[in-house]
Write a protein that binds this ligand. Sequence first.
Ligand code: KIV
Ligand code: NA
Length: 270
Amino acid sequence: MVTTRDLRERAGEEPITMLTAYDAPTAAIVDEAGVDVILVGDSMGNAVLGYDTTLPVTLEEMHSRTAAVARATEEALVVADMPFLSFGVDAAESVENAGRLLKEANADAIKIESGRHTVELTERLTRVGIPVMAHVGLTPQQVNQLGGYARQGTTENAARDLIELAIAHQEAGAFSIVLEHVPANVAARVTDELSIPTIGIGAGGDCDGQVLVITDVLGIEEESPSFSKQYADLRGEMARAVEAFKREVESGEFPAEEHTHVEEDLGELN
Ligand code: KIV
Ligand code: NA
C-alpha cells in the first residue's frame, strides 16, 4: 500500500504518478497498473457529471465517488478533493467534511485548493490526522474570481507569492502539493524550495510527479487542455460499439443463437 510517507520519501528520487478516477472499474485499472495515487478530483464535475465547471460538485457526490474508488483500490493512495464551499467557510465544518471523506468514504487523504485562507485549515486537519495534499497555481474553483483558466504565476511577483504559498502549506503539514498550469521554471523553483513532493499538471517536467485527468488520458473528452496527453481514443471506441449494437438490433443480427436461451420444459406453453 502506498502511504503519504512513501510519497514524501520519493520526492526527488523516483517520479510519482497520479491519475484521477471517479468509478470502481476505472480505479481498478489505474490501481492494477501500479499508479501511485488515485485522485477522486472534483474534475468529476466536468468529466462525468456534465457540469461546465467544478463549482456545483457536492460533498455527497464526492463522498459516493470516493467510496466507489476506495472499494476498487488495493495499492494506490486514494485522495479525495474537497468540493467548492465544503471548506474555507467554517473551520469546524471544514474538518467535519474532510473527516467524512476519510471515516465514511475511505479516502486516505484529502486535497484542498489552497490559498492564504487554507494555511490554518491545513494545520488543523493534519493535527487531527487528516493528511492534506495542497494545490496551488490554477485553482479551478476560483474560475469566477480569476475570470478564466489562465496560466498562473506568470510574473515575478505572482511567482514569488506562489512559492511562499507553497512553503506555508508545507509548514502547515501538507504531505504533497499539486502545481497546476504554471510556467515550468516556476514549478522547478517551487520543487527546489520544498521538501514535500510537487505533483504537476501543466507545470513542466521538473516536478516530483505528474497528474492528469483520466478522461483526457483515455480520450473520452471531446476537448482536452494543451498540456494534457491523450493515450487512447475511448470516445471513438465507445461510439463504434454503441453504433454496432444499434445496427445489429435493427438488422436482427443481435441477439444471435449464442445469446439466446429457449426453455424446452414449458409443457402446454411450448
Ligand atoms: O480535480 C482534479 O482532477 C484536480 C487535478 C487536475 C489535480 O484537481
Ligand atoms: Na480538483
